[in-house]
Design a protein around this ligand. Structure first.
Ligand code: PEP
Length: 244
């Protein structure tokens, strides 16, 4: 169960969240819990969650190890700061910052090279769904973003299905719609990496997940977890999602 904080929370606000959140999820063993604060709070969040059931993710990274890339952060820098996961190819990166499937692929390999677990996001726009092109888009993003990984690399990633029309809009996909997309992604994984690998792949659903809709989503066997934006900013709300 992962929370993507986007560009919200200072270090002080992150600290307060952790103080409030840790007691609410103490002893949780049914799920891995991840929070993804902004870069500036990653190191502090990692220190303050050390030894707890909560791990820290970054929200992006650059694929090169170092270089003249003003404003960018490498996988090794994130790992050193204490991140264990990194979100890659979020729709806001793809659509606001023009990130391509190939960049997502390179970032995923860089993250794996530094021992981070990538959470690779895919998902269709509303117009693509309405045009009946959802599977085509998912196949293209899957192929371009993770299809070129080795089998060993692929076994170490998590995929998040995030239909763009459901992100930050309050329009959650029905559990059936989400499960159908997850099934399709798993079938792509099976075709490329084999049935066992596909069955073991964790696919998270993201898009307006809230405490009152998480149970229905998690009741779908195809849905292995959730990637939560807005509702992960409040400790009680995210704890309610984790403890669905
Ligand atoms: C997200 O940012 O990945 C997300 C799913 O946002 P929200 O839960 O706010 O729709």
């Amino acid at each position: 169960m992962a929370g993507n904080w986007k560009m919200f929370k200072t270090i002080a606000e992150t600290t307060q969240f952790i103080v409030d959140f840790l007691p609410l999820v103490a002893g949780v063993t049914h799920a891995d819990i991840v929070i993804a604060p902004p870069f500036t709070a990653v190191a502090d969040a990692a220190r303050k969650t050390a030894g707890s059931s909560v791990a820290v993710a970054a929200q992006d990274l650059h694929w090169e190890k170092q270089g003249a890339f003003t404003g960018e952060v490498s996988a090794a820098m994130l790992a050193e700061a204490g991140a264990r996961y990194v979100i890659i190819g979020h729709s806001e990166r793809r659509h606001i910052f023009g990130e391509t499937d190939d960049q997502v692929f390179q970032k995923t390999r860089a993250a794996l090279g530094a021992g981070l677990t990538p959470i690779v996001c895919v998902g269709e726009l509303l117009a693509e769904r309405e045009a009946g092109a959802t599977n085509q888009v998912l196949a293209r993003q899957f192929g371009g973003s993770v299809g070129g990984l080795t089998l060993q690399e692929f076994t170490a990633i998590i995929i998040a299905y995030e239909p763009v029309w459901a992100i930050g809009t309050g329009k959650v996909a029905t559990p059936e719609i989400a499960a159908e997309a997850h099934r399709f992604i798993r079938s792509e994984a099976s075709a490329k990496f084999g049935k066992d690998t596909a069955n073991a792949l964790r696919i998270l659903y993201g898009g307006s997940v809230k405490p009152d809709n998480v149970r229905g989503l998690m009741a779908q066997p195809e849905i292995d977890g959730t990637l939560v934006g807005g509702a992960s900013l409040d400790a009680k709300s995210f704890a309610a999602i984790v403890n669905f």
